[in-house]
Design a protein around this ligand. Structure first.
Ligand code: C5P
Length: 299
């Protein structure tokens, strides 16, 4: 977190994530699904500026960063309670009994409705920045509880480290993994997470290699085995809802060791051996006009 030129404001980079594996285990009585996923933060960043102020009000300005490709197709960004970042500030303010407010500014680069966690990452960024700017000194565990109320992926972004997530996504086991390189493509069309989960048909449980096995493959550098283990149970329902997923995966096939969808889509990624290979694949995919293309490493 950087403090300085901005006076009493904090500037914080909020990363995207990829789900290298996502297995849905059961439907729960609360409407959510029990899952196991392996997530890594990746170097595509939104920028959050958090400025504390005495007026008891949260204001949010939210803009797409200049120079992004396909910006005309980019969805409108909410600047009030419809934005999870705004709700994060308001919930923390209430929960901590803060008699101050904040002016938030978000510069967005992470594609929306993509399965890349942009909204969740921004919300986690707000919790981290507010905890410091308002001098709350909440420990990580307490922040994580509030984060989980905001959304299943928000606790992951408080730590910003590779992790296996279980439960709804809020129970985290941190991992040490070697840096990985990806090319990521977000087609113009997006998908709503709730809709994708709604389409999911759970097949009878069969035993298969899960996140722990994948983490071991990655730690041991067994790339072929890791590539075979990566999967995403939300791919079939997402493909049913959007033809763009199929097309994007087809465009990515062969550019790396494996191509998969992230989260509930529609963004897909290929895992490349090196940063150079990822950049080369990104150039090729841009020339094909496959969608918004990023070459990014894990953090
Ligand atoms: O937790 P979050 O608000 O991000 O979830 C968005 C939607 O995704 C939920 O309303 C639910 O339909 C679905 N979901 C789920 N099981 C999870 C996480 C999300 O069914 N573990």
């Amino acid at each position: 977190m950087r403090r300085g030129e901005l006076g009493d404001a904090f500037e914080l980079s909020c990363p995207a994530k990829l789900n290298l594996l996502l297995q849905i285990q059961a439907r729960r009585s609360d409407g959510y699904h029990e899952l196991e996923t392996l997530m890594v933060p990746v170097a595509i960043f939104d920028t959050l500026e958090f400025r504390s102020r005495s007026e008891e009000r949260i204001s949010l300005r939210c803009r797409w960063a200049a120079g992004l490709p396909a910006r005309d197709a980019a969805p409108m960004l909410p600047e009030g309670p419809a934005n999870l970042a705004w709700r994060a500030a308001e919930r923390l303010r209430e929960a901590a009994g803060v008699s101050a407010g904040a002016a938030l500014q978000l510069t967005k680069r992470i594609p929306a409705a993509a399965g890349l966690g942009g909204a969740s990452s921004d919300a986690a960024g707000v919790l981290l920045a507010a905890n410091r700017a308002w001098g709350l000194h909440w420990p990580q565990a307490r922040l994580a509880e509030l984060a989980a109320e905001l959304g299943s992926d928000v606790p992951f972004f408080l730590r910003r480290r590779p992790a296996i997530a279980r439960g709804r996504g809020e129970r985290l086991e941190e991992l040490r993994l070697p840096r990985m390189h990806f090319v990521i493509v977000k087609p113009a069309e997006g998908l709503s997470t709730a809709e994708v989960y709604g389409r999911l048909s759970l097949s009878p449980m069969r035993s298969r290699r899960g996140a722990v096995a994948l983490a071991a493959d990655l730690a041991q550098g067994d790339a072929p085995r890791a590539a075979r283990t990566m999967n995403n149970d939300l791919e079939p329902p997402a493909r049913e809802l959007s033809g763009a997923v199929e097309k994007t995966l087809e465009a990515l096939q062969g550019t790396g060791m494996v191509a998969r969808m992230s989260g509930s889509g529609t963004a897909c990624f290929a895992w490349c051996r090196t940063a150079k290979e990822a950049r080369r694949a990104a150039r090729r995919l841009r020339a094909m006009r496959a969608g918004e293309v990023h070459a990014a490493a894990s953090l």
